[in-house]
Design a protein around this ligand. Structure first.
Ligand code: GAL
Length: 666
């Protein structure tokens, strides 16, 4: 019988088809040496499993499953549908994806399929079923891994097959074409449709394509990809009951096409891939935010870090190698934010192919390398903290996050290209984390009743219900803070009239009659947050008070003299509005006031460079400390530090670059 995923598993993608059998034997020995106990097998194996339409070759995979089992290594078995083999595209060129400007994406890379292609689906499901039936009872099997990073390269396809599927999706959403005309505002620019058959995906057009058409196409595309997961999952549930099914998300700053907060409801366990960007000097902050968002997609449950890198990747313009200790820090950071497994792409660095310069657990240099020694050390660290597995966060602050708001916010033809969706969310997350406040990142429609502080960043598009839930949270005693370009449109991307920010105007007690976006490079001064003025850029508003009090003012710029930050008492809580893009020190000052007002408890020892989180179990709690800075950090905590095995009494010193996990004594 299959067995569960090991607690705090260590491992990665294993691609044995790239190597000969003597290497396989060495792989297993070295996996044992490194403490690897879970590998993801078969992600890109379709062409090896089915070399031709009527030829199947499972022997090699049978051997792998048996040998891994004998070595005590569990398998996250992929359905291998991520990249169709060349013979399939040759038979069915109509399954290839097409870009917005009409170019076909050919085989030769990977993921060359249209997510709406019935041909692709038929063949993918046949493969999925064959694998499901063959390995359902294999003792090495711990988890099913559907496809791989669905939508990584083919998230939006504009081909004729997709166009027909889009029309079906629109028929289901709107019923008749006049409702679509209303929702899309087609009275504008002579876009009125007489029949669904006239509707196309938003292909390259002479002028801005209709914004609601673009928004619906993003919704449709996310739904189509999710459907690719759901149909495979359903086959696996049928033939392999009881074995959890996942697909690896890509929750990170660069990836916006998939609505993972919806997808999270469909997987048995959330897994995520995360890579640091070399040009981000504070990449660990983006990691922390993404990991909290990943936990949000899992509804707060533990999740699996399916992929990250031991060192450099190969797909950025300049691929920075991780500094000594960085792999352990990033791994522990994911665990600190709720991951229960630490897996990598990939086990052994490839000799050939497009990813031969991507780092791995086992580098080209072999085991006599700093990287390998760090992997072995990571394995020891994970073993020492295994008891945290299954525990959760217990936070009282939330950042509301919504992929539809992201899509809407960053459409073209807007007031300023500099208003981007994740920007404010990440800055509040940074400031709260530095202040020692643990944060959940959740959908606006979730239960907000546990939160004392609710941050609503750039929620451009919001439904009536979600806006009402935010107001209800303030009524019930929470401190709510809304930032600019929130509540502007409804779900059809229609402006909420009567003054901005329409959906939150009454709650906030403000009324903006005109946006005053700043020009590139312009910065203004805001007074009233700290002792000195703080700078702000990107955005300002012609804002009038309508029940709120001004907390801070613009000293200059197009909104000179007007309120920049406001506050209104609401029920037993309060609603704040931030009408400009504060520089980080401005956000820090604001967050200090919000945290004090909300009466939030702080995690000990947190600062800009020292990341601190707490995971809570049934009868224990663990404080994670990750020191990203260049100076030793001192943390007032009492308990047992698990990595060193030492007791600490109110004075834990975490060296520069070091990590610590303390089982707390209360
Ligand atoms: C992921 C992908 C892996 C590998 C990795 C490299 O996007 O799932 O197969 O390509 O990136 O960083």
């Amino acid at each position: 019988m299959p067995t569960p995923v090991p607690p705090l598993a260590l491992g990665g993608d294993y691609n044995p088809e790239q190597w000969s059998s003597d290497v396989h034997a060495e792989d297993r020995d070295l996996m044992r040496e490194a403490g690897v106990d879970l590998v993801t097998l078969g992600v890109f194996s379709w062409a090896h499993l089915q070399p031709a339409l009527d030829r199947w070759e499972f022997d090699w995979l049978d051997r792998q499953m048996d040998d891994l089992q004998a070595a005590g290594i569990r398998v996250d078995l992929a359905t291998a549908t991520a990249s169709p083999p060349p013979w399939l595209a040759r038979r069915h060129p109509e399954m290839l994806p097409v870009t917005q400007d009409g170019r076909t994406l050919w085989p030769g890379g990977r993921q060359a399929f249209c997510p709406s292609s019935p041909v692709y689906r038929e063949h993918a499901l046949a493969l999925c079923r064959a694998l499901g039936e063959r390995y359902a009872d294999h003792p090495a099997l711990a988890l099913w891994h559907v496809s791989n990073e669905l939508g990584c390269h083919n998230a939006r396809c504009y081909c004729d097959v997709s166009a027909a599927a889009f029309r079906e999706w629109l028929r289901a959403r709107y019923g008749d074409v006049d409702r679509l005309n209303d929702a899309w505002g087609t009275a504008f620019w002579s876009q009125r449709y007489g029949d669904f058959e006239e509707v196309l995906p938003p292909r390259i057009a002479p002028a801005f394509p209709n914004p609601t058409q673009q928004l619906d196409f993003l919704r449709f595309s996310s739904d189509q990809l999710l459907d690719n997961f759901v149909v495979e999952r359903d086959v696996l549930h049928e033939v392999s009951p009881g074995v959890p099914v996942t697909t690896n998300f890509m929750v990170m700053r660069q990836t916006f096409e998939m609505d993972y907060l919806r997808w999270g409801r469909e997987v048995d366990v959330v897994s995520n891939d995360h890579y640091l960007m070399a040009d981000d000097a504070h990449a660990h902050r983006e990691l922390a935010f993404s990991a909290d968002l990943t936990r949000g997609t899992a509804g707060g449950a533990p999740w699996l870090l399916m992929e990250h890198s031991t060192s450099a990747v190969n797909w950025q313009p300049r691929n920075r190698a991780k500094a000594p200790g960085e792999t352990i820090r990033s791994s522990l950071a994911h665990v600190a934010h709720g991951a229960d497994a630490v897996l990598f792409f990939q086990w052994r660095a490839s000799r050939a192919g497009a990813e031969k310069f991507h780092s791995a657990l086992l580098p080209h240099a072999g085991t006599d390398s700093r990287l390998w020694r760090e992997v072995v050390q990571l394995s020891e660290v994970l073993d020492s903290i295994e008891e945290v597995s299954g525990s959760r966060a217990d936070n009282r602050a939330a950042i509301l996050y919504d992929y539809e708001a992201w899509w809407g916010c960053e459409l073209d033809s807007h007031p300023s290209i500099d208003v981007t969706y994740r920007d404010r969310a990440e800055d509040f997350h940074r400031a709260l984390s530095a202040a020692g406040i643990g944060v959940d990142v959740v959908h606006p429609g979730s239960d907000l009743s546990r939160y004392r502080l609710v941050v609503v960043p750039t929620l451009y598009l919001v439904t009536d219900e979600d806006a009402a839930a935010v107001a209800a949270a303030a009524e019930a005693g929470a401190t709510v803070v809304v930032t600019y370009f929130s509540g502007i449109v409804d779900e059809s991307d229609h402006i909420r009239l009567g003054g901005y920010p329409g959906a939150f105007r009454d709650l906030l007690g403000v009324r903006t009659t005109e946006f005053l976006p700043l020009v590139e490079g312009e910065s203004v001064t805001v007074e009233g947050l700290g002792d000195a003025g703080v700078s702000a850029d990107v955005w300002a508003e012609e804002l009038e008070l309508a029940g709120a009090e001004a907390v801070a003012h613009h000293a200059d710029g197009p909104a000179g003299g007007r309120p920049a930050v406001t506050r209104r008492e609401v029920g037993t809580g309060a609603a704040w509005y931030v009408a400009t893009r504060l520089a980080p020190d401005g956000t820090d000052h604001l967050v200090e006031r919000l945290v004090a007002e909300a009466g939030l408890d702080r995690l000990p020892g947190a600062s800009a460079d020292v990341e601190v989180t707490r995971r809570v179990g049934n009868d224990a709690s663990w404080l994670f400390v990750i020191n990203h800075g260049s100076e030793d950090a001192s943390v007032p905590v009492t308990g047992t530090e698990l990595v060193s095995g030492r007791s600490v009494s109110d004075d834990l010193v975490v060296p520069a670059g070091g990590v610590a996990v303390v089982r707390e004594e209360h």
